[in-house]
Design a protein around this ligand. Structure first.
Ligand code: ACO
Length: 428
């Protein structure tokens, strides 16, 4: 029995529920037996007060602006580590030794090719298909090609399918881009880094040698690290819920991609850059700030606000710094960055945003970097999906490995008609 108990008074009766303690963060009241003992459900539509699972992967303190992966602060990982290293950390719980990292990178690199028949799927999409539409379809279709790794009760199968997903995602995303611009697909080049290979498959052409610019490779790798995992966000919860029924990992990740696509989630980076371009020049900012504050106007400042962060998103700080690094390396300037900086300053000094604790999130600056590198806005969310795949598979693995895992099945507050008799058509 847990040391701490929570008391619930209901209809004159008192019920005790255990209070569970994590290693960090608020305690949780364990209400798993609540329906059995009280006959009542709890009601929490957006999960604002509900922990849906136990997890040892990622910790966020939204009030303080802290994000830890397996205990390591995101700022340190972004500065000192690589996406492959962070992927290993998320999947295995500890930072790899040098040999372990080499082995892991080798394994991922050796799974980057797609079954050649999958190329034909792309031809089935319209040329102007959104890359996320292609990603949902192609990633789900992986389950039709890799039957040898879909026994989810076998840890080895889970490992192989996780590696396949992480490895093939850059190839799938790059092919979605190539298809949209009418250029030939490029096969992976395993002599390059994970990120360098992705850049080459995206921007290279068969007729020319593609040279990976180290600063761009490093910025891209940082962006991947910053998007690798973010505890129980909407898409991760979707992956867990889909996986809880025993669905295969490729289908589950495809479900996560679908959820990520929405503008309130991963689609916000595309929406944020579109918004900044629409604002255009700093003198137009006040008008948009007023619109964002107007309850009768659906406009919101995209890239601002977060369900969990009520302080500066630590990922946004790294992003802002990376914009400068990329601009310098590529010797480019984009007036949209100046607009973004001024918009941030005006919003952070505005009572509306201060009172509601609305700060820039990871998406506010990421689009500016991606655009400078050469990605069209439609690719932004696909890149997010590519990077988040490691978080999704790590969370999915954690869930399936838990012997107490059960199917996710929320209940509801029913507000429809009470029972009534069917009325024949001629009497209606
Ligand atoms: N601009 C203007 N007002 C905002 C914004 C914003 N970007 N975000 C929240 N608010 C206001 C809301 O109108 C609401 O006001 P009210 O209390 O007077 O009704 C209040 O702040 C709280 O907002 P909610 O929507 O209830 O907060 P929630 O936690 O549900 O939403 C969300 C978080 C969806 C991220 C929201 O802030 C938003 O829509 N932001 C813009 C989209 C965005 O950038 N999404 C990316 C999130 S990060 C990620 O997915 C990687």
């Amino acid at each position: 029995m847990a040391d701490k108990q929570a008391k619930l008074e209901l209809g004159g009766e008192s019920h005790d529920f255990p209070v569970l303690e994590g290693t960090c963060g608020p305690d949780v009241v364990d209400i798993r037996k609540m329906y059995g003992t009280t006959g009542k459900f709890t009601y929490d539509p957006g999960y604002k007060s509900t922990a849906s699972c136990e997890s040892a992967l990622t910790y966020i303190d939204g009030q303080e602006g802290v994000l830890l992966h397996r205990g390591y602060p995101i700022g340190q990982l972004a500065e000192k580590s690589s996406f492959m290293e962070v992927s290993y950390l998320l999947l295995n719980g500890e930072l790899p030794s040098s040999d372990e990292l080499d082995d892991f990178t080798y394994t991922i690199t050796r799974h980057t090719m797609l079954h050649d028949q999958m190329r034909q799927f792309y031809q089935g999409f319209r040329r102007d298909a959104h890359p996320m539409a292609i990603m949902c379809g192609v990633v789900g279709a992986l389950s039709a090609f890799y039957h040898d790794s879909t026994d989810i009760s076998d840890p080895e199968h889970r490992k192989i399918s996780s590696h396949r997903l992480i490895a093939k995602m850059p190839t799938i995303a790059a092919m979605a881009y190539k298809y949209s611009v009418g250029q030939p697909f490029l096969y992976p080049d395993n002599s390059l880094s994970y990120t360098g290979n992705f850049l080459r498959m995206t921007f290279g052409v068969p007729a020319e040698e593609y040279e990976v610019i180290p600063e761009v490779e490093s910025a891209m790798d940082k962006i991947f690290i910053l998007h690798a995992d973010h505890e129980q966000n909407a898409s991760t919860s979707t992956v867990r819920l889909a996986g809880s029924s025993g669905a295969n990992p490729f289908a589950c990740i495809s479900a996560g991609i679908a959820c990520l696509w929405g503008p309130a989630h991963g689609g916000a980076n595309e929406a944020a850059l579109n918004m900044l371009r629409e604002i255009g020049t700093p003198d137009r900012i006040p008008h948009y700030i007023e619109r964002a504050k107007d309850k009768n106007d659906p406009f919101r400042l995209m890239g601002f606000g977060h369900r969990v962060y009520k302080n500066y998103d630590p990922r946004a700080a790294v992003m802002q710094k990376t914009v400068r690094e990329v601009f310098e390396a590529l010797n480019v300037k984009d007036p949209v960055f100046e607009t973004a900086l001024q918009l941030e300053e005006i919003a952070l000094n505005d009572d509306y945003f201060r009172e509601k604790k609305l700060f820039p999130n990871v998406d506010f600056y990421s689009g500016i970097i991606l655009s400078a590198i050469g990605f069209p806005t439609t690719m932004f969310t696909a890149l997010f999906a590519l990077a988040r795949t490691v978080g999704w598979v790590a969370q999915w693995n954690e869930m399936i490995s838990d012997p107490g895992q059960v199917i996710g099945r929320p209940r509801q507050l029913y507000t429809g008609p009470t029972q009534r008799d069917y009325v024949p058509l001629d009497q209606r």
